[in-house]
Design a protein around this ligand. Structure first.
Ligand SMILES: CC(C)(COP(=O)(O)OP(=O)(O)OC[C@H]1O[C@@H](n2cnc3c(N)ncnc32)[C@H](O)[C@@H]1OP(=O)(O)O)[C@@H](O)C(=O)NCCC(=O)NCCS
Length: 131
């Protein structure tokens, strides 16, 4: 919620969904789509999960649902993702839902330094439909 608020203050809006337990409504993490800051006309999938719930397939399930929403409801032509090289689980999630590695992000705009060196991934609607 804090991140959404600060993003909105910078005119940077997207869809950020809570991942919760059906029985208790307890928050486990989030997953959403937003403009990819270094290339704002592209939409990025992003996510995070509380460590207590890692490696049980939760994020793969959530990210698949968000990707479906992006392609089938929003009609996006492609979805991208930037991942820090050390976030191996994050890359694994992307690969499991059909993304492929494109290149390392280099020479990003000055105000997007955070993304420098990230592994840029992409899936097109055509690839999604064929998978
Ligand atoms: C990335 C993250 C969301 C994954 O959530 P999750 O629910 O654990 O993901 P899943 O269980 O669906 O899949 C995780 C996959 O990563 C793999 N994995 C986990 N640790 C790994 C490692 N160190 N090296 C390689 N693969 C790893 C798991 O084996 C699993 O793949 P598999 O199903 O083929 O075995 C979670 O780890 C997280 O929040 N990490 C910290 C924040 C983060 O990295 N956010 C993304 C920023 S780009």
């Amino acid at each position: 919620m804090e991140r959404d608020k600060s993003n909105a203050e910078h005119g940077f809006t997207g869809t950020n969904l809570a991942i919760t337990f059906k029985e208790t409504d307890r928050l486990m993490g989030w997953c959403g789509l937003q403009p990819f800051e270094p290339i704002p006309d592209k939409k990025e999938i992003f996510y995070g999960l509380s460590p207590a719930f890692w490696n049980k397939g939760h994020m793969t399930e959530a990210a698949e649902a968000v990707l479906k929403y992006g392609f089938e409801t929003l009609g996006l032509p492609e979805v991208v993702a930037g991942v820090k090289p050390e976030n191996l689980a994050s890359t694994a999630v992307l690969e499991k839902i059909g993304f492929s590695f494109q290149h390392i992000l280099d020479e990003v705009p000055e105000d997007c330094e955070f993304y420098q060196g990230e592994l840029f991934h992409k899936i097109t609607r055509k690839q999604y439909q064929a998978s």
